[in-house]
Write a protein of this length. Sequence first.
Length: 151
Amino acid sequence: MDSIRELIERLYSKNNKVAYQALQLLEAESEKSNAVYKFFDKFAEMIEDSNSYIRTRGITLISTNAKWDTENKIDEIIDDYLKHILDTKPITARQCIKALPSIAKYKSDLVECIREALMKADIMIYGDSMQSLVYKDILSSLKKINKDMGN
């Protein structure tokens, strides 16, 4: 397997196929070990990128590594992360919303602020066609979070 550092560099590739493949490999490794978590600060930078694809990749890798977050790095950036519930790009917003149950599952101390951010989200900023999709994603994530928390 390519080195994790190389794969992270590929997340910035102009070729989306190359970047997506790197993302998939990093996600798979994150399921098995905490090796990718060491690059958490890079993912935190990614969610601020001007390119929505790069933001989405950062969002995904942060949530995939939530189970390894013994240093509480997610707690430190949660406000920046949650603002992507209403990302300028609705596709990125949807990926963020879908990733939140994974964070909530491993970061019980963040469940309330995640729930609150989802419930307060003003989906009216999106066009009609996207509003219902984002709304359904929010409901689905809230349901998963509540189920995982035993509510």
